[in-house]
Design a protein around this ligand. Structure first.
Ligand code: PHE
Ligand code: NA
Length: 441
């Protein structure tokens, strides 16, 4: 067997993991699910999920990957026994489902990016009765959407077929700081808007009655968003950690990845909600999948130099989406290569091709977006996280703690605390969340 690949630089793993995590989940999905969840109440539950469940769960994926040095299916079988291949199978299916709609949405970003070259966003809007929502309605389905979905999938398949890990590392080094700077700049600008304060209070001061009245839908939605945004519950972090040396402190890396991801999502909210309220949109949940496109187009149409900013913004998000899409296709491809012995380019093309076809209906009607997205986030990812928690907490706890201690040193009681958190409270929350998710689908 060939020497297994490892990351080219010490920071390669962090960068690739951040590249996978930071994507449409932060910038496209976060604002609209927060809007649908009622604003600050949703934000609170989501943040709790990230800290109390996302963090222990990301560590679980890391130790499984680094310990076994295998793709998710192989890793689960090595640790849990051969029946765990079915769980691995679910991971692969999840990758299929997510990437199919992810690519369509990423295509919208490419489309909006290119629009910026045709003149100011204000001018563009005049072609759509001056209404950014109408513009989104026309661009998000039909031939336009189909074309850019195709383009995005071709690029994603190309990168994965070539196996350019270096490419991922480089893209992330430039892209994550670029997104951060852009979002900070826009958040400062959003602060100056007339109705910014209404936006902030919607986003930041929770009404606890919303949680009390809607917990049965809020819980699975917040959990789904937490796992989706952290790329958890389908083996991305297992795969990426499988290329890792034993000297890494996995808890530190976990904090870094989660910190970046959460920071970027939070900043996006600081931009989107002031813009919405200042544009007279007081029910942000109504924006749906179009929320970010509508609010940003409004923004770029009114600020000086908006059209350069718009180009930069939509373009950067498209690149961020690419590094996430690569990680999704990489899991599926790595599985076919490792377990079925197919050549890399054939695996990438074959799997990518099927995923592409699965995404095509979304370009006809956004109802398919809701169906695929809801199924993947509310059910499949929660199921995946639950299975990992059972594996690490109940089947291989000693191995897991030992693996986590490599690169850190003796964890003492903290290792046990991690295992017990996973074993009982986290497991229970995931079971309840999964039940509610299936029930509500
Ligand atoms: N975390 C990515 C995002 O926020 C999406 C993703 C989910 C990527 C699951 C890989 C696996 O956009
Ligand atoms: Na994310």
């Amino acid at each position: 067997m060939v020497q297994r690949e490892t990351w080219a630089t010490r920071t390669g793993f962090i960068l690739a993991a951040v590249g996978s995590a930071v994507g449409l989940g932060n910038i496209w999905r976060f604002p609209f699910v927060t809007g649908e969840g009622g604003g600050a109440a949703f934000l609170l539950v989501y943040l709790l999920f990230v800290a109390l469940i996302g963090f222990p769960a990301i560590l679980a994926e890391f130790v499984v990957g680094r310990k076994t040095e295998r793709n998710p299916v192989g890793a689960l079988m090595e640790l849990g026994g051969s029946s765990w291949k079915y769980v691995g199978g679910v991971f692969v299916v999840t990758g299929f489902v997510i990437l199919s709609f992810y690519s369509v949405v990423a295509g919208w970003f490419i489309r909006y990016f290119l629009e910026g070259f045709r003149g100011s966003y204000a001018n563009l809007l005049t072609g759509y009765e001056g209404d950014a929502a109408i513009m989104f309605g026309e661009l998000s389905t039909g031939l336009d959407a189909f074309f850019f979905h195709t383009l995005f999938m071709v690029i994603t398949i190309g990168v994965v077929a070539l196996g350019i890990r270096q490419g991922i590392e480089l893209a992330v080094k430039v892209m994550v700081p670029a997104i951060l700077i852009l979002l900070i700049g826009m958040a400062v600008w959003a602060f100056t808007l007339p109705d910014a304060s209404a936006g902030y209070s919607y986003y930041l001061s929770p009404e606890f009655s919303i949680i009390a009245d809607n917990w049965a839908t809020l819980l699975p939605a917040a959990a789904g968003q937490a796992f989706f945004t952290l790329s958890l519950g389908m083996g991305v972090m297992i795969t990426y950690a499988s290329y890792l040396g034993e000297d890494r402190n996995l808890t530190k890396d976990g904090v870094t990845i989660i910190g970046f991801d959460t920071g970027i999502a939070f900043l996006t909210g600081l931009v989107v909600f002031p813009v919405f309220f200042s544009a007279g949109i007081t029910e942000p949940g109504d924006g749906g999948a179009g929320a970010i496109f509508i609010s940003m187009t409004e923004a770029f149409a009114t600020i000086g130099g908006g059209h350069i900013l718009g180009l930069l913004f939509f373009g950067t998000v498209a690149i961020a989406a690419l590094s996430s899409a690569i990680s999704l296709l990489e899991v599926v491809t790595a599985y076919v290569i490792d377990e079925k012995g197919v050549e890399r380019w054939k695996a990438a093309l074959g799997m990518g091709g099927i995923i592409y076809l699965l995404g095509v209906p979304v370009t006809y009607d956004l109802i398919f977006l809701d169906l695929l997205d809801g199924f993947a986030d509310g059910i499949l990812l929660v199921f995946g996280a639950l299975m990992l928690v059972i594996l690490v907490g109940w089947i291989t706890p000693e191995v897991a703690v030992k693996e986590l201690e490599k690169g850190i040193g003796d964890l003492g009681g903290r290792g046990q605390a991690w295992i017990w958190a996973i074993r009982v409270p986290i497991l229970l929350v995931l079971v309840i969340t999964l039940y509610l998710g299936v029930d509500g689908y």
